[in-house]
Write a new protein. Sequence first.
Length: 132
Amino acid sequence: MAEPFRILLVEDEPIIRELVRTMLDEQGAVEVTCIGDGAQAVKKARELRPSLVLLDIVLPGMDGITACRFLRAEPFMEEVPIYMLTARVKASDHEASRRAGATGHIEKPFKGTELMALVQQLRKGERPSLGR
């Protein structure tokens, strides 16, 4: 039996977290785990071994860019896609997250169809790079 497609959603806003979780749950055959801060995300990733990480930049405590660096330092995370789910649209924020190892960006407000398409592509083994 194949491993389930595990998504680690790191978002501190409960409304956004629930919205994204609901959309992803509708995909079926995915497991969504939600965490509200960067430090907990790094710990949870070690336990969960996610297939995908959706990571907000602005988080309490450890920010998303720092969390991305820590995640990329883990050998099991080298090939796991990490997409920044963020309202920060400055080129400098995008560059900082790319340097930290992010695969791409999904800008808030985002379209549910965009997120769903990304997950479907990743489940098929494709590696799209989003980064408007």
